[in-house]
Design a protein around this ligand. Structure first.
Ligand code: FES
Length: 159
């Protein structure tokens, strides 16, 4: 079953389950977010047809709640701290470097779904500024020219 077919089947199943219940749109979107880790773009169009709800209403719900993500999660989540200490130590240059290497912007995921980039506020280890975190691992006093090597380790692990 392709990803597209699976999404269609999941949506049909969820619509069947929730169709006549109050708050069904949020419950269905919630379930999709739980299954996929985000709400795929094609979901809105399909849901609009299946529930007979205007597309604008669906987008309104998705964008109102921070809980819903429109980008797939990456296999590895890269967080760059832009709290005061990190900001003062040029954390923005780390963001620029990652964006350049991975060809994504903040909040996006690489096409191969390997990395997702987030910019966050204080990670609680300001003494190590500038700080980058990949999944649960903290990298302190990160230099721009170290980023390629750090990211490459995660790529090599997959090979
Ligand atoms: S400001 Fe970056 S860890 Fe505190």
């Amino acid at each position: 079953m392709t990803k597209k077919d699976k999404l269609q089947a999941d949506l049909e199943g969820l619509v069947k389950k929730w169709k006549d219940k109050k708050g069904n749109l949020i419950m269905i979107l919630h379930s999709i977010e739980n299954i996929y880790g985000y709400v795929p773009r094609e979901t809105s169009l399909k849901l609009s047809r299946l529930l007979n709800v205007p597309l604008a209403r669906i987008y309104e719900v998705i964008t109102f709640y921070n809980y819903f993500k429109l980008e797939p999660p990456g296999k590895h989540n890269v967080s760059i701290c832009m709290g005061t200490a990190c900001y003062l130590r040029n954390a923005d240059s780390l963001i620029e470097e990652i964006e350049k290497i991975l060809h994504i912007k903040e909040g996006q995921t690489t096409k191969d779904e390997m990395f997702h980039l987030d910019v966050v506020r204080c990670l609680g280890c300001c003494g190590l500024a500038p700080v980058m975190m990949i999944d649960e691992k903290v990298y302190g006093k990160v230099k721009k020219n170290e980023i390629v090597d750090i990211l490459s380790k995660y790529v090599k692990e997959e090979e």
